[in-house]
Design a binder for this molecule. Sequence first.
Ligand SMILES: Cc1cc2nc3c(=O)[nH]c(=O)nc-3n(C[C@H](O)[C@H](O)[C@H](O)COP(=O)(O)OP(=O)(O)OC[C@H]3O[C@@H](n4cnc5c(N)ncnc54)[C@H](O)[C@@H]3O)c2cc1C
Length: 422
Amino acid sequence: MNEDGATAGHGTLSRAGAPAPPGGGPRPDVAVLGGGVIGLVTAWRAAGRGLRTTVVDPAPGGGAAAVAAGMLAPVTELHHGEEELLELNLAAARRYPEFAAELAEFAEAGIGYRACGTLAVALDADDRALLRESHLLQLRCGLTAEWLTGRECRRLEPMLAPGVRGGLWIEGDHQADPRLLTAALLAACRAAGVRFVRQEARELLLAGDRAVGLRLADGERLLAGRTVLAAGSRSGQLAGLPAEVPVPVRPVRGQILRLAQPPGLPPLLGRTVRAVVRGEPVYLVPRESGELVLGATTEERGWDTRVTAGGVYQLLRDAHELVPGITELPLVETRAGLRPTTPDNVPLLGPTALPGLQLATGHHRNGVLLAPLTGEVLAETLTGGELPAYARSCHAGRFAPGGPGGGPADRPAGVRLSEVTG
Ligand SMILES: Cc1cc2nc3c(=O)[nH]c(=O)nc-3n(C[C@H](O)[C@H](O)[C@H](O)COP(=O)(O)OP(=O)(O)OC[C@H]3O[C@@H](n4cnc5c(N)ncnc54)[C@H](O)[C@@H]3O)c2cc1C
């Protein structure tokens, strides 16, 4: 087993059929499968509540957040029929300033939190009609969004194309840098004593009616009081998941580009600019570091993370119509990532019908935004609390055959190691 943080000294690992190695220490209270932004924030908050916590991931700190743009955008991400998700996203956005301040201690460069607002613009009459519809929905939901003329848009962002027909100024949609965020979360986890096992988990271990940990790639078992499934788009693929715990999470590919704004010159844009061009959304997120993130495609291509010529072409073409000056900037990175997506685009959080197993997955387009709220919710449910009322829409049992309930409440029943199967 390859692990770090071993000095923290907790976790019982046993080779199949063999007793736990001497000196292995007590088993962790919580094993988190997945060290993406969601697994890390869960582990950090669990450790903060005094739970001995281990994260299992061959590459913690990677995942979709290494690709994501980091828009914190409850308003511009609002779509018809997703009002419950809006409540959740707004609650997460409210937590961000404090979350960023808390993490500053662990991140020399901060997490790139910028309360800079967002400008959503329209390039032609069709786009404008779409944007007007979004505006009506936003107003119906009590949100703040101000309609601007094309000229007013260009006054805010002079590099916008002269053809911009109008737009919405959304002062509450901000941004963070997901790479800085995961780096800060990794440091925060280490400081809180979270242990990392750099391996794949292959199977959920069951004992009677309870999840008791994970079988690792090297055949060893990590036994834990509770297991949290936070494996992003791969969450539903874990062997050993019983039929009564469906985890309907699928990958939705997003291709994304990074451009570099030359140092010493004024930035091309001062705030996030987004639009729908010929029915395809495009956004530009300028960071204080000079990076300009240009995203993103939305594609159902399974677990394929290749970047395609068509994806890059579409993004550059649409962004160029919006901000022609981008063609002057060096293109420094092209990447694709997988959004972990549920059938209703709402995450799956908290206890399941299987005692000992909790979910923290399915964050789709909003995992960066929802990180602080997810950590808070899981800290609560992992210490025996109920799913908070504001997170009821995320009930992990809502896709189970028996209805919305998650089955019997997750209970911290002890388990004899001799009962362990699988
Ligand atoms: C192009 C793009 C743009 C985005 N833009 C935004 C944005 O602007 N704002 C926003 O809020 N969100 C955005 N997102 C969404 C956000 O990135 C995701 O919702 C979030 O990163 C999901 O985090 P996660 O930890 O749940 O999953 P992941 O990031 O997928 O992490 C899962 C982790 O689990 C590990 N893992 C998987 N299987 C196993 C196993 N068997 N054993 C051990 N480890 C395992 C993986 O190695 C990985 O580290 C974007 C996503 C993409 C792709």
